[in-house]
Design a protein around this ligand. Sequence first.
Ligand code: ARG
Length: 570
Amino acid sequence: MIHFKKQIANSILGAINELWPTAELTAAEIADMLEYPPDEAMGNLAFPCFKLSRVLRAAPPAIASAIAEKMDASDIAKISVAGGYLNIHLSDAYLAASVLSSIEDKRENYGSSDMGVGKNVVLDYSSPNTSKPFHIGHLGTTVIGHSLKLLHQFCGYNCIGINHLGDWGTQNGKQIVAFRKWGNKETVEEMGCDGLVELYVKFHEEAEKDPSLNDEARAEFKKLEEHDPDNIALWKWFLDISLREYNVTYKQLGITFDHYMGESFFSDKMEAQIQIMRDKDLLKLDDGASIVDLSEYNMPPCLILKRDGASLYPSRDIAAAVYRKNNFAFDKCIYVTSAGQSLHFAQWFKVMELMGYDWVNELVHVPYGTVSIGGAKLATRTGNVVLLKDLFRQSIEKVQEIMMEKNPDLPNRDEVAEAVGVGAIVFHYLYNSRIKDINFILENALSFEGNTGPYAQYTYARTCSIQEKAGNLDLSGSPVITAPEESALLVTLSKFPEKVLDAVDQYEPSIITRYVIDVCTAFNRFYQNCPILTAEDETVRASRVRLARAAGIVLRNALRLICIKTPEKI
Ligand code: ARG
C-alpha cells in the first residue's frame, strides 16, 4: 500500500498541477492527506478535498471531480467521487501485477524496509530478577522486547538485545541469608529455581516475624559489593541455576540475547557517574542516603546511594546507559518494563539530563500493563505466582491432548505441540495493546477458533498444504483475478509493509498480531468461497495457488515478528 500511496499521490499531483499551476503542493503532502476509508467498499484510499478548497478557491466536490477526470491512474486504480472525497480502489490489474509479484520476489523480506540501515538500537528486555521466580509478569517484557527487536531488524536497524538481569541488589543478600539459614546444596541443585524461590518466600515469611533479618540481608549484599569471596561464590552459583532455567523458557520462545549483562556488571562502573553528580552538585544527603532532588520537575527524589553506601537500581541504570552509549554507539536505547516502573525511568532520565548527557532523548521507555490470571493479581513475595514455565507446560499439554485426537500421526508432534502451546500464549498476550492490563484465560488462548495463535498457525499450515497438494503445477503465467475475495485478500496483503512501520513507530507488536488476524480472515474467506485446486480454469487455478502461497509468506513473516513459530503441518 505504501508503494500504491506514492503512485496515487503522484497522479493526484499531476492533475492538480495541470488544473491549478500555482498550487505548489508536493507529493509528500498529498500522500499525508490520503486516508483509509472506514469501509473498504468505499475504496481502499480516499483523498479528502476539503483542505484544498481554500487554496484552490473551489468547492471540494468540484475539486474532486476535476482531479478524477484529469488524473491518470487507470492501470493502478478505479476512481470515483463522493461529496468532497476522491475514492480510490486498487485495480485488480495492479493487485495481481504489483502486490502479488512483490510478495513473490521479496519472499521472507516482504514487508521489510531499509529505514534503519546504519543505525544501532539497543534493546533492554526480559531482565528478570535472579532468585525471584520467572513468572507471567515477565511475559510482557520478554515477548514485547524480543518482538521489538525483530521488528527493528526487519527495518534494517542493527540491534543489540541485552538481558539486564536483576542480579545485584538486596534480594541477593536475602537469598544468601536464607540459604545459609535454611537451605542446603543438594536440594537447591535438585530443585533449581524452585528451590531458590522457596528460600526467597521463606525469607519473607520469617522477616515478617523478625525484621532484623532485613538488616542481615542488607549487610550480606554490602559484603557482596565489597567482593567477599564466599558471598561471590554463592551468588555465582545462584545465578547459574537461574540462567539454566531461563534458557529453557527462552528456547521455547526462540529468543536469544546478544548479551547477558546484568546489574552486577555495572557494580564497578557507578562511581564515575556518582562523581559527576557530586561535581555538578546534584547529590543531597537525606537521612544519610544520597539523592537527587527532583521536586522542581514534580517527581519524588531519585535515590542514588543508600545510607550504608550501597548502590541502588537507578544508579546502576545510569552507569549501564553510559556504558551502552560508549560501547554500542546506539541511536536509540529501548527499555521494556511494566508500567509500574515508569516513574523510575522518568526519574533517572531526568538525572542524566541534569548530569549533562545530551543524548538522553535517545533513551526510550516502553511500558506495558499488568497481567492477572482468572482475575487474581500476582505477588512474588507470598509465592502466589504463576511461573512462565508452568503456564507453558500446561498449554503444551493441552495442545498435545487436542492433537492426539485430531492428528495422532503427525511425525514431529512434540515439536509442533510446543510451537502451538507456547505460540498460543504469546499470541493471546500480544493481541492486546501493550499498555492495557490483561486477564489471562488459558482456554481462550488455546481455542482453535477466534482470534488466537492456534487459529493463525492453522491458517498458515493450510496455505502450506495447498502448496504441497499443488505439486509442480505451472505457475508461470500472468495471474488473473476473478472474485472479490481474491482482491480483498491482496489488498490486505498489500498493507503489511505499512503495518511493520506503524508497529516500529509505536513500539506496538499488537499491530502485527491484529494484522495477522486480518490476513487469516481474508484468506479463509477466499478459501471458503473460491475453489483453489479444483478450479476448472487452469489460469484461475494457478493464480489461486499463488495467492495462497503469498498469504502464507505474509503470515509467516508476520508471525515470526511476534515470536511465533510456523509449523507447516499441525
Ligand atoms: N530487573 C528488573 C525487574 O525485574 C527489570 C530491569 C529493566 N531494565 C532496566 N535497565 N532497568 O523489575
